[in-house]
Design a binder for this molecule. Structure first.
Ligand code: IMP
Ligand code: MG
Length: 178
């Protein structure tokens, strides 16, 4: 275990097993279609890479980048678009792939923005959710794991750009950010 980690919350094998279940459900939901997986940079890339390889439906991928955090562990509530999609999504079946939903600010903002572009459908899969932190009620179609209100890192999630490469979801030692 990495020395900055207080506790492993979700080990690598549990992540992989749950992602295969999600992929099976998502493949069924999009049978006969070719969804566009829209990953929210940067935290979602590890989840996207595993999810897409577990899907049995053909699909395309694209990326958006948003920001609501600096190096702090609390959301600022203000969402900015740092990178937009490469292609129009009108008439496409879009699946937003998120690493974690916390306050809900990011996904609420993205949903409104993307719905205005008239996709055929818009659904959301998030690997993690912190339900106790929700400020905005965003309709999420698939949730990998509900987790307690702790700051987590690993499997794509960072603290100040560190720890994204850890293969598990861990809880950062509090003395490292308080
Ligand atoms: P929201 O807008 O408050 O829902 O926050 C969503 C974004 O905040 C996520 O996409 C993450 O980038 C970041 N975030 C929220 N909680 C955590 C955490 O525990 N660890 C790392 N990043 C987090
Ligand atoms: Mg994110």
């Amino acid at each position: 275990m990495h020395p900055d980690i207080a506790e492993i919350l979700i080990p690598a094998d549990e992540l992989q097993a749950r992602i295969q279940q999600l992929a099976d459900e998502i493949s069924l939901a999009y049978a006969g279609k070719q969804p566009l997986l829209l990953a929210v940079l940067k935290g979602s890339i590890v989840f996207l890479a595993d999810l897409m390889r577990a899907l049995s439906v053909p699909h395309a991928i694209d990326f958006m980048a948003t920001s609501s955090y600096g190096s702090a562990t609390e959301s600022s509530g203000v969402v900015r678009i740092l990178k937009d999609l490469d292609e129009p999504i009108e008439g496409r079946d879009v699946l937003i792939v998120e690493d974690i939903i916390d306050s809900g600010n990011t996904l609420d903002y993205l949903r409104t923005l993307l719905l205005a572009r008239n996709p055929a459908s818009l659904r959301i899969v998030t690997l993690l959710s912190k339900p106790s932190r929700r400020q905005l009620d965003v309709p999420v179609d698939w949730v990998g794991f509900e987790i307690p209100d702790r700051f987590v890192i690993g499997y794509g999630l960072d603290y100040d750009e560190h720890y994204r490469n850890l293969p598990y979801i861990g809880i950062l030692k509090e003395e490292l950010y308080s």
